[in-house]
Design a protein around this ligand. Sequence first.
Ligand SMILES: [Mg+2]
Length: 171
Amino acid sequence: MINLYKPQMYYKDIYHINYNLLKKKKIKYLIFDLDNTIADCKTNKPSKEMITLFKKLQKDGFTTYIMSNAFKKRVNTFANYLNTKYYYLSLKPLKITFKRLINENNLKIQEIAMIGDEIYTDIKGANKIGILSILVDRLTKHDYFLTKISRIRENNLFKKTNIIKRGEYYE
Ligand SMILES: [Mg+2]
């Protein structure tokens, strides 16, 4: 069971991800979580750095997606700035939206990576489907209510197991 919660890679944030290594692993599609991965919950649009990063990734041949459990309006705004197809109210860690994204866009499981800050939604969902799971540290301590509950579970998981240690990044 524990393996479902173990990210395959772990980085400080999305700027530190070794995208060249992902290329070598034949990853072509990057699914990003939104809140606390791309932006903190109190921000309504992506930073210039974020827009630059997405442009670079797209220029380098990656196709980007945003998959978020947040409402449409919020996800839509970010996706427009980042020129990225998006999925909202995605019910991660359930498989339903992962499957929809994969089918609609005709993707191969082994060519996709999911990047997110939450073990119980992003990482568990990705591991269940079998796509590469990449954990990043959350951007801020501000969380929505449901995420707060998920954090308590996460902290317990970290205490009771040694699946990862905060700040000990690996790839
Ligand atoms: Mg998040």
